[in-house]
Design a protein around this ligand. Sequence first.
Ligand SMILES: [Zn+2]
Length: 331
Amino acid sequence: MNWINNYVRPKINSLFSRREIPENLWTKCDACGTMLFHRELSDNLNVCTACGHHMGITPRDRFLTLFDGGIFTEVAVPVPVADPLGFRDQKKYPDRMKAAQKGTGEKEAMLVAEGEIGRTPVICAAQDFSFMGGSMGMYVGNAIIAAAQRAVELRRPLILFSAAGGARMQEGILSLMQMPRSTVAIQMLKEAGLPYIVVLTHPTTGGVTASYAMLGDIQIAEPNALICFAGPRVIEQTIREKLPEGFQRAEYLLEHGMLDRVTPRGKLREELVTITRMLMGLPPAVIADLPPPASFSHGPTDAAQDDTENTDPPRRNAPPDTEPPEAGAKG
Ligand SMILES: [Zn+2]
């Protein structure tokens, strides 16, 4: 129309196309609806500061906030055959894999690492619910075996953080085979006299609860985590009865003797240090002396300063449905 619209405006827009105010600075808590500033949320380990709701945390972020100084070494996991069944539903399995890899920046649904927690050498494995629902396929089986073998080799305890929707249906029977495989791997640890500690996180379901997630010497869960084989909806439909409140949640399972502890994420590190040292016959750690872990933040404003990950990981912690701060919100 005129030079202001046709020339000046595009020019100005291109000057400011690098957004001064980044998006995804706010996350809405699913439980209470509070708007949480991303930095505040990551400082609190993805636990809502208003209501204590435990949101998902990726294995990498968990390890950063768990290991001393955020330092850990990844344990190599043998990569299995891709798409052994040539499986296809609405999408081909390899396409789903690619999308998950792109979305999470990870190879597969489990990350294994070695390092020290409170100066206690351990092996940790964590399942990634954001990677195809943390589903247990051949890679996850391999990861558990690699973790157990490394633990036996170095004579260290194994700590496993579970989060899964169950077996990976795209691998059919081969995914179900991971139940006995992982069980044998855990047995290897037990025969070596090494502790195996499981931290069940929301949600841990299906074949995972029928194998390695329930074989811990100590079973810890994060608050309100759903832990079950068949979900409450399926059971309700089958038995045609209303289930009690909190059924299959961490606190309910603790009350009914399925778990040893329910521990909030903020206290988990200290507790794992205490438990592993006790089980390994090490003198108790002086908590005040412990080297602190690192923090993580995937907020756009922190990306440049974040020197712990210089590989430019995708910002998958950025909430999908962020909104601008509400009027009157502080920060
Ligand atoms: Zn909340």
